[in-house]
Design a protein around this ligand. Sequence first.
Ligand code: 6MZ
Length: 355
Amino acid sequence: MDGEEGVFYRRLPKVELHAHLNGSVSYQTIEKLSKQKPHLNIEQNMTAIGKGQRRTLDECFQVFKVIHQLVDAEEDILMVAKDVITEFSADGVKYLELRSTPREEKNTGKELNILIGLTKRRYIETVLSAIQQCKNEELDIDVRFLVAIDRRNGTEVAMETVKLAEEFMLSSDGLVVGLDLSGDPTVGHGRDLLPALQRAKNSGLKLSLHLSEVPSQLDETDLLLNLPPDRIGHGTFLHPEVGGSKSLVDKVLKNHIPLELCLTSNVKGQTVPCYSKHHFKYWYQLGHPCVICTDDKGVFCTDLSQEYQLAASTFGLSRESVWNLSQQAIDCIFAEDSVKQQLRQKWAVLKPQVL
Ligand code: 6MZ
């Protein structure tokens, strides 16, 4: 992305609401990790899907497994989280909600030369300390965290994750704001996760749920929309034109549930055939809140500026419309209202006289 046009998108202040930590690891960070773990023999095409390449969603999930092998110790998570936050900030992101699935790993760290493992609690603490360190370095970005439930891990782990998230919501000084439901959409059923999600909602955690990322999830989506969630990830197959239904669309509209839309991720992961057929068009034309996001900027080789530029060039958005789109994303954040106010002020200061 070059030239004057590119500068506009980089300078555009942006809000990123759908970013999986381990999917956001850049090539530079992967290189650092690969050097530290040469025995894994990681090559670039194992952790990223380059320009013009496509993979099935299933193959995308294999990529995350490789990255998880590289990022398996406390110091890796700290470095990855700090690098990812720094990169989003360099791309003009002023407010970021990162999400990640807490993992436990056996014997991946060392203390006094004794092998120690990583617990899920320590995992979250490490991400939070990366956020804190970036704050101390005075990066111009406000970062919050969503604890992720990987749907593949079933009912019990989901409940355990919610309990951890609740604890951190109370003790993290506002950094943990919500819960994400993600993972391979072809595995498991939302009905088994409903009690955990309901509990999370009751305790004040905000919910961002991956819904209808693949076809054939209609009854699950219908069920989970009754919670209702506070935001929807993807929602690719919600509307009737792609096999969804009017009643699902009506539920989303009635409850004003914003959609987190990730163009490159959906095209490269082949759930959407090409940019012009992306469901952004359907929802945007309805005037429904749509937030442009990256999903996994490392894996899909993109950044948020590029995603905004793609949306604009594909759907013919004026600069004014692009500005409004980035500004309206502020209404959809999970942090408290005072943060929204601060961000609105920031946007007002940064708005060019002529767009
Ligand atoms: C569903 C996805 C995803 O949690 O280890 N993840 N889940 N759909 C997607 N669309 C492509 N992209 C990423 O980051 C990696 C994890 O995020 C989820 C998957 O569970 C993946 O293992 P963390 O930081």
